[in-house]
Design a protein around this ligand. Sequence first.
Ligand code: SF4
Length: 282
Amino acid sequence: MLKIEVAKDIGFCFGVDKAVQIAKDLLANGENVYVTGELIHNEAEMKVLEELGLKTFDIASKWPDLSRATVLIRAHGVPIDQLEKMKSHAKKVVDATCPVVLSLSESILEARKAGFEVLLYGHDKHDEVVFLKSVVRDLKVFDYKENVRYSTKKIALFSQTTMDVDGFKEMSKSIVENIEDLSTVMIKNSICNVTYQREREVKKLASENDVCLVVGSNKSSNTRKLFNIAKNINYKTYLVLSTADLRPEWFDAADSVGICSGTSTSMRIIDEIVERLRTFKN
Ligand code: SF4
């Protein structure tokens, strides 16, 4: 029989959970709800919300008529100027930007106002980073320590909330190694604690089980991160969106499987995967 170990911290994070719950409540209330892009980076979960009536629009393209719509801002946030424009176009705007992302936006603004050149370990095109760049317009974003550049002697380093801890450590070290070129350095670990805990847990699950499953979408940055970490530890690591992706042969020579998920995967999908795994090797 296959031993199934499920991560303790799994399913939606509180930021995504709150955004999904707000969307469901608005739809149940009969409102015409639009969201600024995918509410969550998970095709299976988005399908469920779309069936309830949720519509999406791309803020970079022509907007639909929003005069009778409620616009929901997703957990990553949207650029400040777009938010203001939306408030004047839509009947109502509901902001579900995650408090952790908002707190990071306040911290980088404070640092900029205090005269720091602000650097961010992150992915330049990620929606959260696009929002942060609207808060500090000259924010410098790097995803490899080799690319880090700054032009003053007073710098502050932050991280996108979903980046990996090891990469952030490397980037921090590379800055500290050049301390003689700097007068003031501030390093603030702004990685979301939820994603950090999942990183720790996936390392353990991947090393202690024959097979490791990371449940989530390839579109989700924190899911891809968990998958890459686990795959480096255990080559029998697989990324699955739903039960449709499970292959019985992955478990032929396995006695145990560890399961973790990105923050955009609901417990419904995890439960379905566990149920299906129980039918293997019986
Ligand atoms: S991963 Fe963290 S920062 Fe991102 S939405 Fe979830 S709780 Fe918020």
